[in-house]
Write a protein that binds this ligand. Sequence first.
Ligand code: NAP
Length: 349
Amino acid sequence: MSDQRNHRVVVTSRGGPDVLQLIEEPIPEPGPGDVRVKVDAAGVSGFDVLLRSISLPGNPKPPFTPGEDIAGVIDALGPGVDGHTVGEPVAGWTFGDQGGYAEYVCGPAWRFVGIPEGLTPIEAVAVVINYLTAHLYLHHTAEVQSGERVLVHGAAGGLGTALVQLGNLAGLDVYGTASTHNQGVVAYLGATPIDYRTEDFVARIRALTGDGVDAVFDTVSGVRQLWRSYRCIRRGGRLIPIGSVGISNGGRKLIPFGLLTAVTLKLVPDGRGVPLSPNMMTFPAAHHDWYRQTLAELLGLAAAGDIRPMIGGSIPLCEAASAHQLLADGRHAGKIVLTTQPSGGSVAA
Ligand SMILES: NC(=O)c1ccc[n+]([C@@H]2O[C@H](COP(=O)([O-])OP(=O)(O)OC[C@H]3O[C@@H](n4cnc5c(N)ncnc54)[C@H](OP(=O)(O)O)[C@@H]3O)[C@@H](O)[C@H]2O)c1
């Protein structure tokens, strides 16, 4: 791809992976307080697939560029920016009309944090949204304590692998659901694997723990799923709805029905709770210090080898539709990443 023009992936309308199209345009100029990042790696997530497929209140309308995180090098500073330098390797969160699926991205300087030495852009980008989200939901929403037991659904996915690893670091006893082919991944990450396709996870949790777990992180959603997750929780425990991968089976009605179920369960006075969760789409913008400190800490943990972001595949930016298809096929483990290097990628799934 040319250095003189920007290539950017655009969701042209709601639909399948083929609505993702690569456009060419002038390289954007950073405005006041912004930096411009020459992108090496852009993260792909289940949320991008959701935004591409359906319309949700408050989310961008087509045409827009998806992508919640990038890693690259700062190549221009807008007026008034200090604390960053041209040539600095950075990673950060991108959200809004201009997401991360591009060769050049401009965004507010506070969003970008230096990448420590020893971490590749692909590893760095895999830390951003998944580990920030996992950290927020583990420590802010669920307020987990060392020694507690937790169940993570979708434990081999991008967010799930982050929840499992940060859960281990926090001294939790972690159980994780995944398909048969991902049981080894979940065990390797340090959780007790449960095959949700062949086993009744409620019965298995009861058999493994006796009285249940202290928290369930439910990335799947849906009435039946949330109710079954709730049944895994012991008195004093918490249900944390955190995603909606089940939408591929349940359709878009899964989101309102899931919300209704969570609210109903919250009202049941049986010593179990469904705490209110902050929204990752807005939380970083309202808590710059938390965002910058936590992201720096997480990148440091990755550089030190204390967490190991799993890469499910690295795919050239111009093949973003294949990346979405790979995510939809659900045979990967870990984070799918788009790269801007022409010689590009491999699929490790
Ligand atoms: N709330 C937030 O702020 C936030 C932030 C990030 C992500 N999310 C949400 O979290 C969800 C996961 O995102 P992601 O990027 O991690 O997606 P992902 O990488 O595609 O992972 C999802 C995983 O879920 C597993 N799965 C599918 N159906 C399942 C079921 N019924 N039970 C258990 N596991 C199941 C699949 O694993 P197998 O192949 O093993 O079946 C898949 O690997 C999405 O809904 C996303 O929107 C929310």
